[in-house]
Design a protein around this ligand. Structure first.
Ligand code: UT7
Length: 322
């Protein structure tokens, strides 16, 4: 069986930037609190007419260019997102039609901030069993659409963006292992209260906002990130010393530092983009990956660990040779 190897990466960010100073003018917060409690300095926010599909399309085109793959060669597209343009048609089909990959399988995967890891875990299996040859995996979000910009406990955290990878079979290198987890008993700690079946809470405006008990989420996230990292090293017979880069979900710099320390990964081997992007949910890992690939830090043959954690809770990890 072949490995599924990442042969190209891409990303996209909206032009509009929301700085900590901007937020100081909107809610009772300050740059010092945001930087020291989260590590975030700025985040990108879509304009009124921009949607998740726009960001996903741009990231996809860049990943295809980097991979040297034509859209018509794709046989599967999976997009991790919790902020799709529509309930259906799914975001995968929107991207498929825009890039001209019509006819291949296309779907989106809803696992909050772990959406990209879940999509990657699924896509990888299609390649391993020989069912797919060229797969596009995307994480794309416009979290600003369900962020309450009067709630200082959440609005300072989130940003918009997209990241994408193209996978292809490879005999030598690729994804060594993915491990996915979920525990639905934590559903009330981080959630978006509206849905087609339950309806919208605020019927007047038709708007609803993300809800989070931040410090509770923080505690479980650190614990499960550490456990997931230890599990995947044990499952592959590898050790943290063999790692070149840790590319974690960018939710909070303090979470990243605590996990790196406990797992035994020095911070100079951790890709940190939270200061520029904030928490972009399913987009955060592929966005950080693309940044570090394009600036030359991540090189072919290196060993990488991805981890993400989000609402549900859902979380997961992937260990790979890039
Ligand atoms: O991506 C999915 C997973 N998500 C996460 O992993 C997020 C995990 N949670 C976190 O990152 C952190 O819990 C937060 C950044 C959300 C909050 O940081 P914290 O250190 O846990 O703060 P806290 O919620 O315990 O609040 C501490 C204080 C409170 O004031 P009092 O009660 O001590 O007077 C808050 O009201 O900080 C206050 N506070 C703020 N102050 C200034 C909360 N938000 C702000 C703010 N500016 N934006």
């Amino acid at each position: 069986m072949s490995y599924a190897r990442i042969i190209g990466t891409g990303s996209a960010l909206p032009d509009r930037v929301l700085t900590n100073a901007d937020l100081e003018r909107m809610v009772d917060t300050n740059d010092e609190w945001i930087r020291t409690r989260t590590g975030i300095e700025r985040r990108h926010i879509v304009s009124e007419n921009e949607t998740t599909a726009d960001l996903a399309e741009t990231a996809a085109r860049r990943a295809l260019d980097a991979a040297g793959v034509r859209p018509e060669e794709l046989d599967l597209i999976i997009v991790g997102t919790t902020t799709p343009d529509y309930i259906f048609p799914n975001l995968g089909t929107l991207v498929q039609d825009r890039i001209g990959a019509n006819g291949c399988a296309a779907v989106s995967c809803e696992a909050a901030c772990a959406g990209f890891l879940y999509a990657l875990g699924i896509a990888e299996k299609f390649i391993r069993v020989g069912e797919s040859e060229r797969v596009l995996v995307i994480g794309a979000e416009t979290l600003s659409r369900f962020t309450d910009y009067t709630d200082r406990s959440t609005c300072v955290l989130f940003g918009d963006g997209a990241g994408a990878v193209v996978l292809a079979p490879d005999e030598k290198h690729g994804i060594l292992r993915t491990q996915l987890y979920a525990d639905g008993k934590y559903r009330d700690l981080l959630y978006f209260p509206s849905g087609v079946s339950r309806g919208f809470n605020d019927l007047k405006s038709g708007k609803d906002f993300v809800k989070m008990q931040g410090n509770e989420v923080f505690r479980v996230a650190v614990r499960e990130f550490i456990r997931a990292a230890k599990n995947i090293f044990a499952a592959t017979g590898m050790s943290p010393d063999e790692l070149d880069w840790f590319v974690p979900h960018q939710a909070n710099l303090r979470i990243i530092e605590a996990v790196a320390k406990r797992v035994g990964i020095p911070m100079d081997k951790v890709v940190v983009t939270i200061q520029e992007h904030g928490n972009t949910s399913a987009a955060s890992v592929p966005l950080a990956l693309d940044v570090a690939v394009r600036d030359g830090r991540i090189k072919p043959g290196q060993t990488l660990l991805f981890e993400a954690f989000g609402g549900g809770f859902t979380w997961g990890s992937a260990l790979l040779r890039y």
